[in-house]
Design a protein around this ligand. Sequence first.
Ligand code: PGA
Length: 243
Amino acid sequence: MKKLIIANWKMNLGFKMSLSLAKAIKDLRTNNAVVVCPSAFALPAAKEILQGSQVKLGAQDCSGAANGAHTGQISAASLKEIGCAYVILGHSEQRAMGETCRQVNLKITAALRAGLTPIICVGETWPKHQAGQSQSFVGGQIRRALTGVKLGQQALIVAYEPLWAIGSGKSAKPEEAGKIQAFIKQAVRQALGRPQASVAVLYGGSVDAKNAAGFLKQAAIEGLLVGGASLRAQEFKKIANIK
Ligand code: PGA
C-alpha cells in the first residue's frame, strides 16, 4: 500500500546544506508519497530544485494569524504562495517552548484556510506512557487541536510521535504504535464529527532505515515522519523506497 514518508529537517541545516540535500534526493522514484520540510528560508530555493521531482514541499510551522503585525511569524498563505503543500504543526519541540493546544488549533485553521495540509503532531511523555495514559493524553491533544475545525474535502495528517522516542534512538514497538494509531484515526474523525474524513496517521520517533519497514508493515501506520535519518540522503531514500 502506498505510504506517506515525510522528512523533518528541523533546524539542522543552513541554506547551502539544505539545497545540497534537496539536490541529493530530488531523483527519488518510489511508489510512496514523499514530502520534505526544510527550514523556512530554504523553501523557495528547494522548491526550484524539486521542480519536476515527485518530492513535495512542506514547512515546519506557520502562524495562527492570517496576516498583519506578527513580527517573526510566517503566514500559511505565504507558504502556499511559495509552493508548500504541507505544514508541520504542534511538534513537541514547539510545544516544549510553550506552544499551547489553542495555538495549534489556530494554526490548523489558518493552514486549512490557506489550502495547506496540516501535519499535526501528538504524543505522550514517558511517565504517561508507563502509566498507561497514552490514549487519554493523545485523545485530549486531538480534541483540543480540532475544536471548531471544519475540514471540508481537505485531508488531515496526524503524526503520532511519543516524546520519549524523538531523537532518542528508542523507537516505539511497531505493534504498540499501530494500536494507538488506529485509536488516533477514530479520535480525529470523532473530533471532526466526520466519520469519513480523509485522515492519514503517521508514526514518528527515531525512525531509521533499519526499523522503518517494521512500522510500515502495520496497516494502521500510513506513513512516517522522519527526523535525524532524513538528513542522510541515502538512508532517507532507503526509507522512502520501502514497499
Ligand atoms: P527523529 O525526529 O526521527 O530524529 O526522532 C522525529 C521528529 O521529531 O519529527
